[in-house]
Every structure is written in C-alpha cells, then in structure tokens.
Design a protein around this ligand. Sequence first.
Ligand code: SAH
Length: 644
Amino acid sequence: MSQTASAGMSPAEFAQARIRMVEAQLRRRGISDPLVLKAMGEVPREAFVPPGFEEFSYEDSALPIEQGQTISQPFMVALMLQAAALGRHDRVLEVGAGSGYAAAVAGHIAGQVFTIERHRALAEAARARLRALGLTNIALRHGDGTKGWPEAAPFDAILVAAAGLTIPQALKDQLAIGGRLIIPTGSEGEQLLKRITRSGEEEFQQETLAAVRFVPLVEDADSLTTVLRATAEPLPALHEPSFAQAFDRFGDRRVVLLGEASHGTSEFYRARAAITAHLIREHGFDIVAVEADWPDAAAVNSDIAHAAGARRDAAFQRFPTWMWRNVEFEGFVEELRRHNQDLPADRRVGFYGLDLYNMRGSIAAVLAYLDKTDPGAAKLARERYGCLMPWQRDPAVYGRVALSDSYRACEEEVLAQCRDLFHRQTADGPAWFDAAQNARLVASAERYYRVMYYGGAESWNLRDTHMFETLTQILEQRGAQSKAVVWAHNSHIGDARHTEMGALRGELNIGQLAREHFGDDAALIGFGTDHGTVMAATEWDGEAQVKTVRPALPQSWEAALHDSGLQRSLLDMSGRTDPALAAARLERFIGVIYRPESERLSHYADAALARQFDAYVWFDRTEAVTPLESDARAGMPDTYPFGM
Ligand code: SAH
C-alpha cells in the first residue's frame, strides 16, 4: 500500500491503528460478532478516505469525501453489519456505496455484495478502489438504490447508508424470507436506525436500534420514459371490441370529452367513434356533442332520428368540409342511426353541434321555425336580423363595420330576438329548443365577430363559453339522467389552465369549464400522434390536402412517447403525481391548417400533460381521414341553407 504509506504513516502503523480502533471503538462499545470484528480488522480504511486524510483513517468519526458525502464512522459500519447478522454465504445489498468502505468490509464477511451509488464520480472512484484491493465478490453500479437491484434479489441482508423519510418498498420486496434490512429513517437531526426482518411473504418485524445521523437518501425522480412506460396500457386494434372496453373506467362520468390533435386524422375519428358507441351501448350515454355548428349537426340529428325529409347530406358544406364529410364519421353516423332505429323518441341518442360559425344557417333556422309557428314574429325577426344580412356570408368583415355606431344597434336586436325565443317555450319541445339554440348562436356569433376584430383572448373565450353553455343546456333539456360525450380538438377539451393558452394568454376552454362545473364527473381525454399523414389546408378556405406529419420535435410529449417505444396506448393519468408527467413540455396542435414549414411557431405550445388531461390516447403513427366521394361534386346551390 505504497500510496497510503506516502501520507506519512507506514503500513505497519496503519495496521496498529486499525487494531486499536477495533478494540477501543468497537469491542468496548459492544460489537461482539467475531466475523464483523475480524473484517473490520482487515480492511484498510486508509484506502477509502480522500488523499490527505489518511492519518485520520482510524479516528472515531465519519469523514468527508467528495460530492459533499461521507465515509461512515467505523463504529456505525460495524453496528449495521452486526445488526445484519451476516453469514458466510449471504447475498448482501448496500445502498449508498460512497467510498466503498462498508461494501469492502461486508465483502470480507459475506459471499456476494452488491452496492449502488447515485453519484457517478463516487461510484467510479469506489469501483477503482475495490478493484485495486482485489475484492472480486463485490459488484458496484451507478444508479438510484431506492429501486434496489431486482436482478440480483432476493438478498439475505440489505444495508442502507443514507436516511429517507420512508422505507422504500422495493427494498422490502427484495428481501429474502428471513432477510434483514438495516436502514436509518427520519429527517435531518432526528433519525433512527431500524432493522426490518422479513418473517414471511407479507410479514415484516421492525426494531429500532439507535439514534443516528446519516446523509439524505435521495430518490431520483423517474425519467419521463420510465413513467410513460409504466403508465401506458397497450390498446388492441381499433376494430377489436376490447379497444373501447378499455374506456369502461369512464363510464360513470356525466361528461366524457374526447379530444384530437388534428382535425383530419383517421385514427382519432375511428377511436372516438368506437369509444362513443360503447359508452352509448354500455353506459347509457345519450348525447353526442361535437365541435361543429349547431344547424349542421341538427341535420345529422334529424337523420339519425329517422325524421321525415331529413337531409344530412345538406350539412357541412362550408370549409373545412372534410372535418365531418369523411368516411370515418359517416360510418359513425350510420351506427347512431341503427342504434336509434327501434328506440322511442325520448331514448334516442341525440347529435348536437356546439360551435357558432354557421351564423347564416342559424338565422335561416330561426326564420324557418317562426315562419311555421308565428308569421308575425317571423317578420319582426327578419327586421332584427336585417343588420346582419349583408355580412352573413363573410361575417369576419362584420367585426370591422360594427365599430360604427349604426351597427351598435345590431347587438341589441339579436339579443332581443334570442330573449324572445327563449321566452316562447311552447309544447313542441325539440323544435323550439332547436330554434332557441340557433337564436343564441346568432347572438353569440354577433358578439364573437365583433370582438374578434380586436384579436386577443376574448373572442376565443366567448366561443368556448358558448360551446360549454350549449352543452349544459343540452344536458338540462335531456334531463337529469342524460350523459354526454363531447368531441372537440385537444385545444378545447384539455384544461387550458395547464397549457400556455391559459397560463400566458388568459384563454379558457370547454375542458376547464367542464372541470369547474362537473368536477370528477367530467373526464378529459386527449389524443396524440408522432408522425404519419393528416388532411389539412395551408390557409383558411384553402384546398384540403393529405400532408405529411413530421416526427414531433425533440422537446415534446409526442417525441417522448415515441422514444419510449409506445404504439397504440392509453395513458390513464388520473391520480398520477409523477413530477415527470406534470411538468410543462411542448405539445403539437394541428388544426384545419397545417404548416409543417413553421411547425414550432404555428403548432406547438407548452402543456403539462397529466394536469391538462385525465387520460391520453396515443397512436404513434396516424393517417389522414378519407373525404366522402360525393365531395368531388360541384357543391350546393349558393343560396343554401338560406334559400330566400
Ligand atoms: N457506505 C458508505 C457511506 C457513504 S454515505 C461508506 O462506507 O463510505 C451515503 C452515500 O449514499 C452517499 O455517497 C450518497 O451519494 C449515497 N446515496 C444517497 N441516496 C442514494 C440513492 N438513492 N441511491 C444510491 N446512493 C445514494
């Protein structure tokens, strides 16, 4: 041991000091296990202290080592080893290798020693020392020892050289029956050394051995990949019945909100269709409310209710037509139609639109209703809506003209019309409800287009508030037993407070309002993908194109999910507190517009996934929706749906 002798003491002097240490510090203080005393008398502690500290090697104290850690006091090492009652053939795990000293002593007694150190530099230095001393029955690794060393378990003894508040479950699990775990617990200044003995599969005895003082046992936060893999449940193929059964856990909610990460992905439509149909059949859901305009959805609703003269092909004629005029959605509507076939009117599933963009369709619907029921009121409504008529084909322009005083009156008129209709509630429930919702839509849209002119959060908030109020009014109209499935983009159904939208821009959304209103009775389920194709346009009113979805950016949730190797999965995050899931990372939002060239700026925002959603449905690769064949045709007459 020439390197230690150079510190001023000869090997013989170190050996002398070691013998004195064993006598004075150990035997006299009650260490009596001959194996422990022998091993402590053999291991050169001077080889484990930092250079310059060799002469203190056999002092009765802990000594500082690198990284702010310590090499344990000799007595403490002996006390723990004695408490562990090591036998010649035992397998031993140590957590907190530090200098490697205690592991070396244990290695002199027991058959096999495994030791873990979370500081890489310490781990490497300890490994070099153990190797230099020729201790080949000791394996050392760098990592978080609170997880134990499962591949080497079970252990006859586990020694923990650092104190945590609780006893890690993994360590108890890795004890052999009859095994002993020696571990300090408590907070700084108040720690107790404990011995936990496993006496049976589920039986553990605990004793307190001494008041002690150790460095903290640091539990490393799990890596995001580890947490994602632990959380994800693989999902069967979309056509398997068991796909939707995975969502039975949300069956008792009043509202289940299903998101989407784009407005043109086949898997998102098919998955939501399968889940929704299952919730309807098995859990009594009777409302499907989607991010579409009220009057258009009403046409679908008449059709699935088998109403005479219903024309569902007349709906969704405006950009972006592929959102609802696609093969995937068509299949779902057919399914709803079949489901309703033999049901009485009050038990049929209803299909509703929450959105407010088709102002023109709504004006037409209000007028048509009044024409039929009260021609006098229809005349007044025509006058009131007159101020909007010039703009109904291009309502965005309305925002600009509405700045002038002459249009201020418009707001009053549409509100008055809305109030009138709500006060009318007559015997013909559904038709009245439809007209009243249309009148509400016109009033909301009038305000929406007016405030949109100024930009900012207000118009977004108005729209999402309108959508949420529409949802609550539908639920109310259908009665206390009613339950709704909502389909809308992730940006509407993921709680805005936990995304950039809410945190930076003051925007709220349906998901947030649903949580505030329904609490745990609402389930917010997001959908996501890494790469594939999507149906989208390059600008508003632009042509629908199948676009390649780029692999997600490195700092995103999507990249983390992809890198974790997850394919089709459900991540149920309710009750998950892992910091890795609740931190903010980038999330991709593709709408009806997708501009891969400027992806980071146009399509990514920060979001804390586990707070934003209760669950997340993952498809690593996805494909664009298939538009309906019939959309190749020339289009509807210009006057639809006004026809006047
Ligand atoms: N047995 C050592 C004592 C070192 S002090 C010796 O004889 O010298 C305790 C060590 O535990 C420190 O080096 C610290 O870095 C390490 N440690 C703390 N938390 C840990 C964890 N979760 N996993 C592994 N090592 C840990």
